[in-house]
Design a protein around this ligand. Structure first.
Ligand code: SF4
Length: 243
């Protein structure tokens, strides 16, 4: 499939988000899924996808350390769309071993231990789901970070060996919120409390006006280390707002 990427990029260069989603959802059926972190972009994509295919696959990684507001967003989604979502947990034995050896809050001790936690709680479950897919859909946007300027709407995920679709790549923050408010869809209430980026509860705080949207994630680390390991491009980690 990798060799088809340039043609697909050309074909969908000027297409709308629903056109793009419809093509891939119809073509890949149960081998395509949205990776949702319940962030604003993923809520927009959830709505757009379910308007096209109410039975489409949408998965959530429950690290076991998510904020209560994120769990409420999951419950609100289930009620709003009257359907279930695929929820994946880390391997029990891996979490038991990690926490037994290092304590529950090892991420504060060193970057290595923080990465260990993210690997056990996020990366392994993600890879387990991606093994069931040919295509994954994400809510990445170019505006989120200078490191995302080169991201393409359709790209080959070399690390995970599958197609990656980023339908909202050119959307602005205003467009995302216009869609959410205009369509009255559920969203994580932490967004109203100064959290532009929401991850695990102990690793996320609100940001002050004017601060970088990533400032509230792993705020005790230098900016270049603020990665969770979910998104790679050309062998390098890509920052993500809600991962
Ligand atoms: S964000 Fe924090 S709690 Fe969540 S998996 Fe990573 S280190 Fe662990």
């Amino acid at each position: 499939m990798k060799d088809k990427v340039p043609d697909l990029q050309q074909q969908f260069q000027n297409s709308t988000v629903p056109e793009l989603l419809r093509f891939f959802l119809e073509k890949f059926e149960m081998r395509i899924a949205l990776a949702s972190s319940l962030g604003a972009e993923d809520q927009v994509l959830t709505d757009l996808i379910l308007k096209i295919d109410p039975g489409a696959r949408i998965f959530i990684l429950d690290t076991g350390r998510l904020p209560q507001e994120t769990y409420e967003t999951i419950a609100n989604n289930m009620a709003h769309y009257s359907r279930s979502f695929e929820i994946y947990f880390p391997q029990t034995s891996a979490v038991e071993s990690l926490v037994s050896l290092n304590g529950p809050d090892l991420f504060h001790e060193s970057i290595e231990k923080r990465h260990q936690c993210c690997t056990v709680r996020k990366v392994e479950p993600l890879q387990r789901v991606l093994n069931t897919l040919d295509v994954w859909i994400t809510g990445l946007r170019r505006e989120q970070s200078v490191t995302r300027q080169e991201i393409q709407k359709i790209e080959w995920d070399e690390t995970n060996q599958l197609l990656k679709i980023n339908p909202l790549i050119d959307w602005s923050t205003e467009q995302v919120w216009q869609y959410i408010r205009g369509n009255k869809i559920p969203y994580n209430k932490l967004h109203d409390q100064g959290y532009p980026s929401i991850g695990c509860a102990p690793c996320t705080r609100a940001v002050n006006p004017g601060e970088d949207i990533r400032a509230g994630r792993w705020w005790w680390e230098a900016p270049e280390h603020k990665e969770c390991g979910l998104h790679f491009r050309d062998g390098k980690l890509v920052r993500r707002n809600q991962s």
